[in-house]
Design a protein around this ligand. Structure first.
Ligand SMILES: *[C@@H]1O[C@H](CO)[C@@H](O)[C@H](O)[C@H]1NC(C)=O
Ligand SMILES: *[C@@H]1O[C@H](CO)[C@@H](O)[C@H](O)[C@H]1NC(C)=O
Ligand SMILES: *[C@@H]1O[C@H](CO)[C@@H](O)[C@H](O)[C@H]1NC(C)=O
Ligand SMILES: *[C@@H]1O[C@H](CO)[C@@H](O)[C@H](O)[C@H]1NC(C)=O
Ligand SMILES: *[C@@H]1O[C@H](CO)[C@@H](O)[C@H](O)[C@H]1NC(C)=O
Length: 458
């Protein structure tokens, strides 16, 4: 057998699978809506009239997933092989997001139990958008301050998106609460499952909660940011302390927008770690000239010169509002440019709060940690983790000068993470976001949503 044996090599997956269908039924259970392949198949009907190209690609993706399940594609066996294979994945402007997903699967980056894995992890309560959070902050935060932008969702809705694990201590043990914010197409539960949700409980300084934002951050980002703004003030409010925030990909334009237009949140956040951020949008976002399944409002808003991005960056929005540690990878296949000095993830410091911008290839040139890390793969990069630890344990942003770079640069992935986490991080984020984008469908407009009144230039 050249494949992984799930019990021996994927112990993490077992808990994810506890609630899912038995393995043998997973691929054949055609119309079971919880099954990942069935969900992909169901999207084909909805796509019918849109684009033939996408239809064929989704068919290819389904075929590739079946090939993995049937043992026709051998998964990689080491993290070195995994990162090598990842470097052969086409970028999003060449292949589109579905093409990137196909490459991940056909290049051995999906474990043999991929279908069960995705089905199981999606069923876990960690992705719930309907959470019961009965504790009220000491003072009302809806809104917290008269200078904050208005909310148009109810407080119940905003609060229900916040997932607080049972183990959370509300700051009582001296650990800083950390809010995990997801990117385009995913809830935070699955996005951080194989990385920060696994690593943070092992620390003595951080304690994580996360956001599962309705519509998976595919709709108007101005809708999504309300959840982020509310959650920052809610967690700080119920813990009576400042918090840390970690965001990946689109989550970062969401956090930055929230910090800009809900100024009260700046008092709630002491440290912000921005991963693979697109503060300047991305040149890879599809043009959306024709109706296209990939053109959700949030995708259009992340184009390099979108109105949303221009508005965000205006009046100092291209500078940090709280101490910010931005980490990114040059060969990012989704966000481009992502190389210094023009990296989309780079923030200025006009407000003087402290910023560090780190492109991992420049931090560890020619070393393992400075190698090929794709968009989601940055979550398992050892420099990312070292900067997080440094930022959380010092005033201001993370600073490489305090970090033992010899030992950090020498690692391929963060200590404590294994191959399953590397594969799971990439596959779960990309494949889930593909299925969510296809399920979201085409909403009938090729124009990005209008900028809301509160953010209009006077
Ligand atoms: C994306 O891939 C194409 C084809 O390999 C290449 O020409 C282009 O430079 C790539 N873009 C980036 C930003 O890497
Ligand atoms: C959310 O949870 C409540 C109970 O906590 C339940 O009554 C309601 O139906 C749930 N809503 C959804 C959309 O699942
Ligand atoms: C909240 O924190 C402040 C500042 O540390 C402290 O003065 C206050 O007593 C705390 N309130 C509660 C209810 O813990
Ligand atoms: C970076 O951006 C500046 C200003 O937009 C431009 O002049 C410069 O050519 C860019 N540099 C690179 C390496 O793309
Ligand atoms: C990092 O620390 C060095 C040495 O104290 C300091 O000169 C530098 O400004 C710091 N960088 C950032 C981004 O804070």
């Amino acid at each position: 057998m050249r494949y992984f044996r799930s019990a021996a090599l994927f112990p993490l997956f077992l808990s994810a699978l506890a609630t899912s269908a038995p393995a043998s039924n997973a691929v054949v259970a055609a119309r079971d809506t919880s099954n990942f392949i069935s969900r992909l198949e169901n999207t084909l009907e909805g796509l019918g009239s849109i684009t033939k190209g996408v239809l064929q690609e989704v068919d290819l993706l389904i075929g590739a997933l079946r090939d993995v399940a049937e043992g026709k594609i051998d998964p990689v066996k080491t993290t070195e092989e995994a990162l090598g294979s990842l470097s052969n994945v086409r970028n999003a402007s060449e292949a589109g997001l579905v093409g990137v997903a196909i490459d991940l699967v056909t290049k051995g980056l999906a474990p043999k139990n991929i279908v069960d894995l995705l089905t199981g992890i999606n069923e876990e309560s960690i992705n719930s958008m309907n959470n019961s959070n009965p504790i009220d902050p000491q003072t009302s935060i809806y809104p917290k301050d008269s200078t904050d932008a208005p909310y148009d969702q109810t407080e119940e809705d905003l609060r229900a998106a916040i997932y607080i694990p049972e183990s959370f201590k509300y700051g009582a043990d001296g650990k800083r609460p950390i809010l995990l914010v997801p990117g385009t197409g995913d809830p935070a539960g699955v996005s951080y499952y194989f990385n920060f949700e696994k690593l943070i409980p092992e620390t003595d300084f951080a304690d994580a909660v996360w956001l599962n934002i309705p519509q998976n951050s595919l709709t108007d980002i101005q809708f999504t940011t309300q959840y982020i703004a509310y959650a920052m003030n809610y967690i700080a409010g119920i813990c009576n302390t400042t918090i840390g925030v970690i965001a990946t990909s689109q989550g970062n334009v969401g956090v930055q927008w929230a910090l800009k237009y809900w100024p009260s949140t700046r008092d709630s956040v002491e440290d912000y770690l921005a991963l693979s951020a697109d503060f300047h949008g991305t040149l890879f976002a599809p043009e959306c000239l024709l109706p296209n399944a990939g053109c959700t409002p949030a995708v259009m808003q992340q184009q390099y010169e979108s109105e949303f991005i221009k508005t965000l960056r205006s009046d100092g929005g291209d500078s940090a509002y709280v101490p910010t540690t931005s980490v990114y990878s040059g060969p990012d296949e989704v966000v481009t440019p992502q190389t210094d000095p023009n990296a989309s993830a780079m923030l200025n410091d006009a407000h003087g709060v402290g910023v560090s911008n780190t492109q991992v290839q420049l931090a560890c040139p020619g070393m393992p940690a400075g190698g090929f890390y794709p968009h989601a793969g940055l979550l398992v990069n050892p420099i990312t983790w070292a900067l997080f630890v440094d930022a959380m344990t010092h005033e201001g942003p993370g600073n490489l000068s305090r970090i033992d770079m010899d030992s950090v640069c020498d690692r391929l992935v963060t200590k404590g993470l294994v191959l399953t986490d590397v594969l799971g991080t990439n596959i779960a984020i990309i494949l889930n976001s593909v299925v969510h984008i296809l399920e979201y469908g085409y909403h009938g407009s090729s124009e990005e949503p209008a900028i809301r009144d509160y953010a209009r230039q006077s």
